[in-house]
Design a protein around this ligand. Structure first.
Ligand SMILES: *Cc1c(COP(=O)(O)O)cnc(C)c1O
Length: 464
């Protein structure tokens, strides 16, 4: 019996090994040549994606041929976020150790729903949540969940807020729904991120029935403009405006909230990570006083997609909001991740997060944040020296630059993207078109910034 089981194992390995070796060789080649290719894919590469389409074949194909086609047609149509000169949106590359850990975890194919079904995934998730709570200096009693991104972290944390605030006034929202429930006032800043408003919409709290607080020139909520609060209330603060990088005055917002018993939720997708860099820590003042936090690992920590993180001060409110039962789930054998998040079957995204935190350590994380902020400052300085107007206070990793009239700015952005030396996107800031530079990758260096400054120069000259 044992001999035949071992034989069986060998033949399983035989099935995987050649394919994994091919995938590794192709992946290594992709990464090795990433600096010599354009950052944004060419129109021809995008057109060639049609090779991956067509109707579903009646008969299957050899696995080697499947991989070959995927690499040939797919790799050229990627955005080179794993290179050093992608600055479009706050999307970091992935630390090498996290990519490798992800591969290993893929070989495990764990369903991280129940401890019983994957002790390693459930245990590591608990470990990383503890590490993150410690890293951000959040209350020890907090609990959390790993979800897809900051979008679903909002959904998760705000569901806990909705549960707690309505339970306080005697309403069980999970059992009785929102029809007829006491109203919840939701306060957001004028510059709240679109994902926050979407989470409010999904939770029945509404996009339009929010109280919107005006922002200052950098997009920071004006704390003095917060109306007098009463009844169940959620204040949604933001650390890291996706355009300017500026953060709401969280400490003042928490003070206002405390006076009225309001719940403070923090959208800290990337801005929260400033907490880990001693020189930027002041930008997150008051962080530990909030009630819930939404962030992710795939932006500034540089884990692979997708890795959202929701943390809630009163962990029981999260567990109650996410409760689920069924005889088929059995009795918990440990912390069951699915009892803390909206999902049931889910991948073991804790693994890459664990690898990133274990590899970098507290100091390495802070260094990565600080280094990218300095590169953003180098960008701003170089652009200013070249005579361009910087539209934001560069306090974090975000730079907004104008190349004159909106139409010219858009033309310059297009030429830069087409040249392929670097990639930045466009945005509108206070009614003006701007190019948005986000420095978010561990791999970017000072000389990359210089190369990009030259690319901008060259594009501007050709745009007249
Ligand atoms: C990116 C971002 C989000 C959304 O995060 P996802 O991980 O894409 O869901 C929310 N808020 C802010 C401020 C962001 O920068």
């Amino acid at each position: 019996m044992i001999a035949s089981a071992a034989g069986q194992q060998r033949s399983e390995a035989d099935r995987y090994e050649p394919l994994l070796r091919i995938a590794a060789a192709r992946a290594v080649r992709y990464l090795a040549t990433i600096e010599s290719r354009r950052v944004g894919p060419s129109a021809a590469a995008i057109a060639s994606l049609a090779e991956l389409g067509g109707g579903l074949a009646e008969e299957g194909h050899d696995p080697e041929a499947v991989l070959d086609l995927l690499d040939r047609a797919g790799s050229p149509a990627t955005m080179a976020v794993m290179g050093r000169r992608f600055f479009g949106g706050v999307i970091g590359g992935s630390l090498p150790v996290t990519v490798a850990a992800h591969w290993l975890a893929d070989a495990w194919d764990q369903n991280a729903c129940l401890f019983e079904l994957s002790p390693v995934a459930a245990y590591v998730e608990e470990v990383v949540l503890g590490w993150l709570i410690d890293l951000f200096g959040l209350p020890q009693e907090a609990g959390g969940a790993l979800v897809v991104g900051t979008q679903s972290a909002h959904l998760t944390a705000l569901a806990a807020a909705r549960h707690a605030l309505l339970a306080n006034v005697g309403w069980d929202v999970e059992q009785d729904g929102l029809f007829g429930a006491p109203p919840i006032t939701v306060v957001v800043g004028e510059e709240a991120h679109a994902t926050l408003l979407k989470a409010l919409a999904l939770l029945g709290l509404g996009r339009r029935r929010v109280v919107t607080v005006p922002a200052d020139s950098q997009g920071r909520m004006r704390a003095a403009s917060i109306p007098r609060l009463s009844g169940p209330t959620i204040i949604c603060a933001q650390l890291g405006n996706v355009n300017s990088g500026c953060s709401d005055p969280l400490a003042a917002l928490c003070d206002a909230a405390r006076r009225s018993g309001a719940w403070v939720h923090v959208d800290g997708a990337f801005g929260m990570w400033a907490r880990t860099a001693p020189a930027r820590r002041h930008l997150t003042e008051g962080l530990e006083q909030a009630d819930s936090w939404a962030t992710d690992g795939h932006k500034w920590l540089n884990t692979p997609q997708d890795c959202g993180i929701a943390i809630v001060r009163q962990r029981e409110t999260l567990r109650e909001a996410m409760a689920v039962s069924g005889a088929y789930y059995g009795e918990p054998a440990g912390r069951d991740p699915m009892r803390w998040c909206p999902d049931s079957s889910r991948r073991a995204r804790a693994i890459e997060l664990w690898a990133a935190l274990r590899y970098l350590g507290r100091r390495g994380i802070g260094d990565q944040i600080e280094r990218t902020c300095r590169l953003a400052a180098q960008f701003a300085e170089g652009l200013r020296r070249a005579g361009h107007e910087i539209l934001n206070e560069v306090v974090l990793n975000q730079v907004l630059v104008s190349f004159g009239a909106g139409e010219r700015t858009d033309r310059v952005i297009k030429v830069i993207q087409d040249d392929g030396i670097c990639w930045c996107g466009g945005t509108t800031w206070h009614g003006r078109r701007a190019m948005r530079i986000s420095v978010s990758s561990w791999a970017t260096t000072e000389s990359d910034v210089d190369i990009c400054l030259q690319a901008v120069d060259s594009a501007c000259r050709r745009c007249g």
